[in-house]
Ligand binder design. Structure first.
Ligand code: DGL
Length: 265
């Protein structure tokens, strides 16, 4: 595929997926859209999320992308069927890659998914995992406070650890056999170290953490060439609101982002 990869998220968290893609497929240019005027999606109804996601998809398709990646778990969980049905190019969501990776990693087949309220309420991870293995047991835990912690750059602080401890203590008290934890939100990789530390302290079994950003990049490999280019192909970034871009974007991307372009959807 030679056209650009279109990546979409409710905000800037999807830049964690862009970061993986740029590392692994440097020859492919990327067109990113962050719907920063409407973020968060995680607290909104499934219908609203679907409506927003379809608008974003329409915009990216107009940029002539050859592959669409829905780097937002909430949008993937609530809008993927509608997006696939109306897209002429392949669409990769966040849920299926994360679900398959988790299933492959789990020995106990007891898997926990951390996500926004919208993702957990949708039951999408559970459906994707149980479609592959009916005997698997999936427990979802909404962790709404993780998103603002990641955005504030507080992912490595004592406060993040205390909040993770609160969520995960409850999780492991009810589900002591969980051995695999899916970071089912684009923001959560920024709290990965803290989550791993709390798992070590609270989980009865050793826990494998699955990052849906990395799992999405694995799935994209089927469409992309990993050939290393001499130079990194361009990243074009669009946002629906430019507030705090300079401060927030590097936290997710791991490097500064060239001036994003504003769009009105
Ligand atoms: N991008 C969202 C997700 O991955 C998190 C932020 C939001 O609530 O919009 O679920």
């Amino acid at each position: 595929m030679s056209a650009a990869i279109g990546v979409f998220d409710s905000g800037l968290g999807g830049l964690t997926v862009v970061r993986e893609l740029r590392k692994r497929f440097p020859a492919h240019s990327i067109c990113y859209l962050g719907d920063t005027a409407r973020v968060p999606y995680g607290t909104k109804s499934a219908r609203t999320v679907e409506r927003y996601a379809l608008r974003c998809q329409e915009f990216l398709l107009k940029q002539d992308v050859g592959l669409l990646m829905v780097a937002c778990n909430t949008a993937s969980a609530n809008a993927l069927p509608a997006m696939v049905a109306s897209s002429p190019v392949p669409v990769i969501g966040a849920v299926e890659p994360g679900a398959l990776t988790a299933l492959a990693a789990s020995r106990s087949k007891r898997i926990a998914v951390l996500g926004t309220l919208g993702t957990i309420r949708s039951g999408a991870y559970e459906a994707a995992i149980r479609k592959q293995d009916e005997s698997a047991h999936v427990v979802g835990m909404a962790c709404p406070l993780f998103v603002p912690l990641a955005e504030e750059g507080w992912g490595h602080t004592d406060i993040a650890e205390a909040i993770a401890d609160r969520y995960l203590s409850e999780l492991f008290a009810g589900e002591p056999d969980v051995d695999t934890l899916v970071l089912g939100c684009t923001h959560y990789p920024l709290l990965r170290d803290v989550i791993a530390k709390v798992c070590k302290a609270r989980a009865p079994l050793p826990v494998t953490i699955v990052d849906s950003a990395a799992a999405m990049a694995d799935q994209a490999a089927g469409y992309l060439s990993a050939a290393a280019g001499q130079t990194q192909a361009p990243l074009r970034c669009f946002v629906t609101d430019a507030s705090r871009m300079d401060e927030l974007a590097p936290r997710f991307l791991g490097e500064a982002l060239e001036a994003p372009e504003m769009v009105d959807l």
